[in-house]
Design a protein around this ligand. Structure first.
Ligand SMILES: Cc1cc2nc3c(=O)[nH]c(=O)nc-3n(C[C@H](O)[C@H](O)[C@H](O)COP(=O)(O)OP(=O)(O)OC[C@H]3O[C@@H](n4cnc5c(N)ncnc54)[C@H](O)[C@@H]3O)c2cc1C
Length: 294
């Protein structure tokens, strides 16, 4: 079964997808915005403190504003709550295949599925069987006295700034390669940084964390809670061209397809960049295909 067509299919309703939809509407194009989440906003819902997007103190306030704007577009943008499993592009149009085996057809397609968090089991220096919660999904109230954080990526700094009054002690096991990323939390008295070569986690709360430290020493930590603080990988869709760095560059795609936002490039993983690239993607497709038609 194929659902009703729209001129533009937009996969992913983060800032890139939402600004693509808003910009498409401004030049008379109809769009279907497809995302498994019940409301638009994408990663904005996870930003507790937003310092670089003037007018909005946090991500959810901007996500709500985007949702209101799209709802007011008077039928030019429809929201479909669904997961896309594959995209297809041919000379005469595009198709997005959904997880329920149905598909939607359109003339043009923007993929803006962002990035998603890698799992602890995918990190070469961590041995564990359990999938621990990512720190951005944890509430300080849920954590025990002794909390070990695995990996020194960026979400930790954002999370600590979001919970400035949380009285915690976090032992952050990180590789030497991530040292530059943990600099922003080094002076936070709640954080103990532990550079490591390898870590092995056993038990099920309390946990035993065997640490092979970067200086060669070994120690075993007891932890009430274990969280991950791992970086992200692009949420590529089958059917998109993928670059050597794992991202999906806009210029490598079929002429009817453009990627935008975090999915499109390692650089510029910011709200403003995603919004700008989403808007630019819609205008680029408009100029490429639809300028004479509307
Ligand atoms: C914790 C955290 C804090 C951050 N703090 C800041 C900050 O302070 N300042 C800043 O500028 N940036 C910050 N960022 C980065 C910013 O959120 C991203 O750069 C921006 O949201 C990227 O927008 P996007 O639209 O490309 O992707 P996203 O916002 O990630 O949206 C992608 C959307 O695609 C959907 N999707 C994924 N796969 C599929 C699929 N198969 N089918 C359909 N839909 C799919 C997802 O559900 C999601 O809604 C932060 C990010 C996080 C996670």
């Amino acid at each position: 079964m194929t659902r009703p067509a729209a001129q533009l299919l937009i996969i992913g309703a983060g800032p890139a997808g939402c600004l693509a939809a808003a910009t498409a509407a401004s030049v008379g194009m109809t769009s279907l915005l497809i995302d498994p989440a019940p409301v638009p906003g994408g990663s904005l819902w996870r930003i507790g403190h937003l310092a670089n997007w003037p007018g909005f103190p946090n991500g959810p306030s901007y996500a709500r504003a985007l949702g209101e704007h799209l709802a007011g577009l008077d039928g030019q943008c429809s929201y479909v709550q669904a997961q896309v499993v594959r995209v297809e592009a041919r000379e005469d149009g595009v198709r997005a295949v959904l997880s329920d085996d149905t598909s939607v057809a359109g003339e043009l397609l923007i993929a803006a599925t962002g990035v998603h968090t890698a799992k602890a089991t995918e990190v070469s220096w961590i041995t564990c069987t359990e999938l621990f919660p990512q720190i951005t999904h944890a509430s300080p109230a849920d954590l025990g006295v002794r909390t070990v954080v695995l990996v020194g990526d960026r979400p930790l700094g954002t999370w600590l700034r979001t919970h400035p009054d949380a009285d915690l002690k976090l032992t952050v096991c990180h590789s030497l390669g991530d040292t530059y990323k943990v600099e922003e939390v080094r002076t936070d008295p709640r954080v103990h940084l532990l550079p490591v070569q390898a870590v092995s986690v056993m038990g099920a709360g309390p946990f035993k964390v065997d640490v092979h430290r970067a200086d060669g020493a070994r120690e075993t930590l007891e932890a009430d809670s274990v969280l991950t603080n791992i970086g992200t990988v692009p949420a590529c869709l089958p059917g998109l061209a993928v670059g050597t760095d794992g991202f999906c560059p806009p210029v490598a795609q079929h002429p009817r397809v453009i990627t935008a936002g975090d999915l499109s490039a390692r650089d510029g993983q910011r709200v403003a960049t995603a919004a700008g690239r989403g808007a630019d993607a819609a205008l680029t497709l408009y100029h490429r295909f639809r300028r004479q038609a509307v």
